[in-house]
Design a protein around this ligand. Structure first.
Ligand code: PLP
Length: 359
């Protein structure tokens, strides 16, 4: 694929912003973005790395009315010896195409996805922060942009990738989060699009998120839509329950997003000698296990936090504390194991890390 690179004058570049104390999540963007178009007759065309700027869409564009949109989320990391690394980006390319299929959008050849992303990240390498725990967040997005109000898959698409330097997820150290178990609103149903990374799932989740925040909780734990009994996932994270010698995480039955962090944890935990079960777990079983001390640790998994320890679950007006609200040993071991691979500090025997170049 030929990528046209739009020249940018030195004086047009933004002031660099990589101070870890001021970096939050997803509010600062780099100088450039990757864009590529699709139309029925031309296929994918017009691949460009251009200046980051607002683009114009027709007010009748399909995405603005019928939400034909999918996205991905991953990170580029800087190793201590100055290498630019990415973690399993081919998995994001693959998941993006599974999402595309479900929403009747054209698939993006994996090599285009990876090439566009890697060239953009390398060109923007000065934006990759180097303080501990920081990284460059990457957001590939695909939109249906045909101006047409009929309900049909769009005939035209815009694919773009933007980059955002992000601070450490755990500002006050690796601390447990408190979770609100939602027992009325639902996120996704089997047969719907809960297993696809599409904005609509997030729109549907906002109200429960607000409710949880108002009550002082940082995340929502979703239950299955049919019976409100089976645990599904946390906002933008999958969830794991740690028993004495085994990890349990809900199976991918169609309403849960198949996390790449989840898959990596399952593989790494098995390698470390833990038994891992992908099996249904009800909220009652979880609470009983926590109360009786059989469930020792609970954690969420996703690209943003990698692993987020859970300190308590609040369900039907009662709070259940996990492991004294402390980070458990297995949670910590898996977190360190994964993060060390991502930042190039540990040997990557899995072949998960892509080396893009040097900063
Ligand atoms: C992205 C996402 C996750 C986590 O997936 P990772 O690939 O591990 O980052 C979990 N749940 C939802 C709803 C998501 O959108």
């Amino acid at each position: 694929m030929d990528i046209y690179v739009e020249p940018i004058e030195e004086e047009q570049l933004k002031p660099l912003f990589t101070d870890p104390k001021q970096l939050g999540f997803g509010s600062i963007f780099t100088d450039r973005m990757f864009t590529m178009k699709y139309s029925k007759d031309k296929g994918w065309h017009d691949a460009k790395i251009e200046k980051y700027k607002p683009f114009s869409l027709d007010p009748a564009a399909c995405v603005l009315h019928y939400s034909q949109e999918i996205f991905e989320g991953l990170k580029a990391y800087l190793s201590e010896d100055g290498k630019v690394l990415m973690f399993r980006p081919e998995q994001n390319a693959r998941r993006m195409n599974r999402s595309a299929k479900r929403l009747c959008m054209p698939e993006i050849p994996e090599e285009y996805f990876l090439q566009g992303m890697k060239e953009l990240v390398l060109m923007e390498r000065r934006w990759i922060p180097d303080a501990p725990g920081t990284s460059l967040y990457i957001r590939p997005t695909l939109l249906g942009v045909e101006p047409f109000l009929g309900v049909n898959p769009s005939a035209e698409y815009l694919f773009y990738i933007i980059l955002s330097p992000v601070g450490p997820y755990f500002k006050a150290g690796f601390n447990p989060v408190s979770i609100y178990v939602e027992d009325k609103l639902v996120r996704a149903v089997v047969g719907g699009v809960g297993d696809v990374k599409t904005g609509g799932n997030y729109a549907a989740s906002l109200m429960a998120g607000l409710k949880a925040q108002e009550k002082g909780f940082s995340q929502v734990l979703w239950l299955d839509a049919k019976e409100q009994r089976y645990i599904e996932e946390v906002g933008a994270m999958n969830i794991f329950f740690v028993y004495q010698d085994k990890l349990v995480t809900p199976p991918l039955t169609g309403s849960i997003l198949p996390g790449i962090t989840r898959a990596s944890i399952i593989e790494m935990a098995r390698d470390l000698g833990y038994q891992v079960e992908e099996s249904p777990i009800t909220i009652d079983e979880a609470i009983e296990g926590i109360t009786e001390g059989r469930i020792k640790e609970v954690f969420g998994s996703g690209t943003a936090a990698v692993i987020s320890p859970v300190g308590s679950l609040y369900y039907k007006d009662k709070n259940y504390v996990v492991n004294n609200n402390e980070v458990g040993q297995i949670t910590r071991t898996l977190y360190n194991g994964l993060v060390d691979i991502q930042y190039g500090r540990a040997e990557d025997k899995y072949g998960w890390v892509h080396v893009l170049g040097r900063k």
